[in-house]
Design a protein around this ligand. Structure first.
Ligand SMILES: [Ca+2]
Length: 331
């Protein structure tokens, strides 16, 4: 397998959200973002509603006029030396299971290149700031209801300041694709309606994963997977909720369409450590949507192993992917 020695990053990458609204009757529509659940997300009332904490030496959270993008005030979040980061956070009202949230902030790095982590209930993403104000936004998928409803924004680069303004964490209404409706599907957000929520992206070089309406096989959005110019493959992977057991049979399904046809795509169940092994399905690709389905059996070496489902592109160009389904059919 090509995926030896891979260290899966804990963040996902997703491009800007398409904001085009399809308004026709019965047409799938773009994510509909609800009300901001944060108090004082623009820091106009200084740090009211927020707590600030750092485990770095000399880290600070200050509300300053020079950190404002909109309004009079914004946040200057400075991480000092050592530790994990400087963060601000607040508790939000509870969310339900399988809820999608839209996380958004305006950010400007003092120099550019500072790392920022934004998360809600353990689901989130990291970005690298530029030296100009930019909007960062992602959809995250929350598989379970939880008492943990902490919204967090952290700077994780040593001796770095990031200016923050206009932070919003809001529930979002998204379409339901075929994978979301499939009975017994162990994959969350398998139809990519919540962006790359729950999925981890990995590339051997400068590949990309993004979701867009053009890539939809069902629902509003689908995944676009691109291999980088340096090769090495591009993959998305999601861990299954439970470890697998020897003798179990799983049905795997995916819908794929290639830009040119003939792209090399694989769909596997895979362990999350060396030797990155597991059973795979071949996925033939044409320029028309193809629906691949097949069964794989868990063998003895994988007994009680946590496994994930992975879709990978190993050839140049790009493919569109939608409706990833994994169902345990035996026992
Ligand atoms: Ca979809």
């Amino acid at each position: 397998m090509i995926h030896r020695s891979i260290h899966w990053r804990t963040w996902s990458w997703l491009g800007a959200l398409a904001l085009v609204l399809a308004t026709g009757c019965g047409e799938p529509h773009a994510p509909k973002v609800g009300d901001n659940q944060l108090v004082n997300g623009s820091f106009e009332s200084k740090l009211s509603g927020w707590w600030a904490v750092t485990d770095s030496e000399g880290g600070t959270a200050q509300v300053l006029s020079t950190s404002a993008d909109v309004g009079a005030l914004g946040l200057a979040l400075f991480k000092g030396t050592g530790g994990w980061g400087s963060m601000v956070g607040q508790e939000t009202p509870p969310h339900t299971a399988k809820q999608t949230y839209h996380l958004r902030a305006r950010l400007r790095g003092a120099k550019g290149g500072e790392r920022v982590s934004i998360s809600f209930h353990g689901q989130g993403f990291e970005v690298e700031t530029g030296s100009q104000w930019q909007t960062v936004e992602r959809l995250v998928f929350l598989p379970e209801a939880s008492d943990n409803t902490t919204a967090l924004l952290s700077v994780t680069t040593d001796n770095a300041t990031v200016h923050v303004d206009d932070v919003s964490f809001a529930p979002a209404e998204v379409e339901r694709g075929e994978a979301d409706k499939a009975s017994g599907n162990l994959v969350s957000n398998g139809s990519f309606e919540s962006g790359l929520g729950m999925w981890n992206f990995w590339s051997g070089s400068d590949g990309q994963a993004d979701t867009s309406a053009e890539a939809r096989g069902s629902g509003y959005a689908g995944l676009v997977l691109r291999m980088g110019t340096g090769g090495g493959g591009s993959s998305v992977k999601q861990m299954l909720p439970e470890p697998v057991r020897s003798g179990e049979v799983y049905r795997l399904e995916v819908r794929v369409r290639g830009a040119l046809g003939g792209e090399a795509v694989g769909m596997c169940l895979q362990v999350n450590e060396e030797p990155w092994d597991g059973p795979c399905l071949p996925v033939p690709v044409t320029t028309e949507w193809g629906h691949v389905t097949g069964e794989v059996t868990i063998e003895e070496p994988f007994q009680d192993q946590p496994m994930g489902v992975m879709v990978s592109l190993f050839s140049e160009g790009s493919v569109q992917v939608d409706d990833v389904i994994v169902v345990r059919v035996q026992p």
